[in-house]
Design a binder for this molecule. Sequence first.
Ligand code: COA
Length: 259
Amino acid sequence: MYQTILTELSDNILTITINRPDKMNALNKDVIAELGKALDEVYNNEAIKAAIITGAGAKAFVAGADISEFTDLDGKGGAALAQVGQDGVFNKIENCPKPIVAAVNGFSLGGGCELAMACHFRTASENAKFGQPEVNLGLIPGYGGTQRLVQLIGKGKAMELLMTADMIKADEAKTLGLVNHIFAAEELVEKTKDILKKINTKAPLAISKIISLVNEAATVSPTGLSNEIIAFGASFDTADKREGTSAFLEKRAAVFTGK
Ligand code: COA
């Protein structure tokens, strides 16, 4: 039924696997639309009490938004892309009344790190790597990265990671509080399921209230996500975005001019 994701329901837990391993599971428009539909299932199907999001293959959870779709987008198109993703996927995950956990099985970069951060908490395989490399492309995060990274790891470290585009390994991510547990790759989904099976024995209405109240406690700024969309869109009208995205697709280093 889906083209870019796989879904499997067992033990009342829906496992959603993003399935573009040859493109490092990059989030193109189809993945965003299908994730949105799968999330509607999570919201509406009473047989689903919790969900896991993971990536296909051994290398990547999600290596970001699909950069090849950025080429023709201007500021308006960039802002629309961010808005559609935030409404249809990222905020829908965060506000879901049922627990959703990211099982991060490799590169979790840009939109991939943002997808993991929108989930209620994260587990990771030993080879997981996290980062927000948008500045390498002349861009900023557009799916909540400037907001949720601050919530999860604090202002100073978030500033450094967002500005350097450095990648951190699973053990550092755990030290920073970005992931709760590190598991061997082959056990990642099963061990994550064990946590959700425990949660599924508790009172569902209490779990929903906890999700919404913890979200309220963790919100840094009521306008942060919408301002991020505006700034993300504006970055699409710069020469640096054209240079950064072309350089990635041409597999060369970018030279930025600040224009
Ligand atoms: N968008 C589109 N395509 C992507 C992608 C993305 N975000 N990330 C990886 N791919 C594609 C590559 O272009 C390549 O395609 P090709 O085989 O047709 O050339 C394929 O996935 C494999 O990636 P490759 O770069 O060859 O693998 P690697 O092991 O050398 O490097 C990464 C892996 C994740 C470090 C590297 O792909 C990368 O830096 N990706 C972009 C990360 C990023 O900037 N994300 C933020 C986007 S806003």
